[in-house]
Design a binder for this molecule. Structure first.
Ligand code: GLY
Length: 367
């Protein structure tokens, strides 16, 4: 078992990493929140399995109800939050209650936002069951939903939300054994991101164990998890509300957010981030921040994990640049981009539009 403590302005909380902890989650949950009445919000894909294990451990007296949600980006919106609020009311949750989120990043984000806003805030416990949410989304208190963009049928990623620190994060690596391999690889993209921005040793470790990691090898995953979570802890602790260094966690995301909502591209978040990190690297190269070799090395690492490093099909670059404007980090007309350097990453808001267009061009399919 590893325990990583995270301090936040809303109190400190533990990230507990332990194989099999879902089956005896009651003890950790009881010491993290005094709530006697809880609503579980669970991804319907793991409702019976992981949700069932948590529910059995907490017991029917405490789990007053369960809301199953479908973890799809178009459903990460207000109507789903309202469903959760209504379930809270139906089961009689009051301010002393808690929401237990079981699932991936999308489930945790929506459940966390519902918890942040129901009765102006109830406790939330995050129980991530995907690698992506274990190393990234469940830690640091970001919650949120997508918002329809004006005059468009696209959704703006996470444009409404709140910082709402969990009382506890329970990480059970066993849940990764049943996670579809594509989702596992998606989470590995976020681990690569952590390596690029803050721990080049981690990046080297991922590169040298790529095949094992992509297969979900237990020992490789057990080594990776605490190391990647530690990067996330250090960053959110240093800059909880993303006024500075936390923005580095958005490496690749401004590009990714332009392509992820295009539903027929069929990209997972991590796949979009992998392509986005390649675009960011080429953009950095265009700005003289890193070399062509750096871009190629990042591309090789991502591709050895089975992640895409270019677009599945060509998309109009004007539309992609336009969609990037709705990024939360944009200030006025200026894009704020995280770009990798030779040994870390920087936040820049002076990137010439031409360099962004050129970066998109570099990740378009050939021919
Ligand atoms: N997932 C990015 C962040 O937590 O800031």
């Amino acid at each position: 078992m590893s325990i990583i403590s995270v301090s936040s302005s809303q109190g400190s909380y533990e990230v507990v990493i332990e194989r099999g902890i879902l089956g005896h989650s009651d003890r950790a949950v009881s010491s993290a929140t005094p709530a006697g009445r809880m609503l579980m919000v669970v991804d319907q894909a793991v409702g019976a399995s992981h949700g069932g294990a948590v529910r059995a451990s907490l017991g029917p007296d405490r789990v007053a109800g369960v809301v199953e949600i479908t973890a799809e980006e178009p459903l990460k919106r207000m109507s789903t939050v309202e469903r959760i609020w209504q379930a809270c009311l139906q089961v009689g949750l009051d301010r002393s209650g808690a929401i237990i989120a079981v699932g991936g990043g999308l489930t945790g984000d929506v459940a966390g936002f519902a918890a942040a806003s129901f009765m102006r805030g109830v406790d939330v416990v995050q129980i991530p069951t995907t690698l992506l949410s274990m190393v990234d989304a469940s830690i640091g208190g970001k919650t949120g939903i997508n918002v329809p963009l004006p005059g468009s049928d696209r959704l703006g990623k996470n444009l409404a939300g709140a910082f709402w620190a969990p009382k506890l994060v329970l990480v059970d690596p066993e849940t990764l054994e049943t996670l579809p391999r594509r989702e596992l690889r998606s989470g590995l993209a976020e681990c690569v991101k952590h390596g690029v921005i803050a721990d080049r040793g981690l990046l080297a470790l991922i590169g040298s164990h790529a095949e094992l990691l992509a297969q979900g090898d237990r020992a490789a995953i057990d080594t990776l998890l605490p190391r990647s979570i530690e990067v996330k802890r250090a960053i959110v602790q240093a800059d909880e509300h993303e006024r500075g260094s936390r923005m580095l966690l958005n490496l690749g995301h401004t590009f990714a957010h332009a392509i992820e909502p295009i539903t027929d591209l069929d990209l997972t978040h991590g796949e979009a981030v992998a392509i986005g990190m390649c675009a960011a690297a080429w953009c950095a190269e265009g700005c003289g921040l890193c070399s062509i070799e750096d871009c190629e090395s990042l591309t090789r690492t991502l591709s050895s994990l089975g992640l895409p490093t270019s677009m599945p099909r060509a998309e109009p670059i004007d539309a992609l640049c336009d969609a990037m404007r709705y990024d939360k980090k944009a200030t006025g007309d200026r894009l704020r981009l995280v770009l990798p350097t030779r040994d870390a990453a920087v936040v820049r808001d002076d990137v010439p539009p031409g360099a962004v267009r050129e970066a998109w061009q570099r990740v378009m399919p050939e021919g």
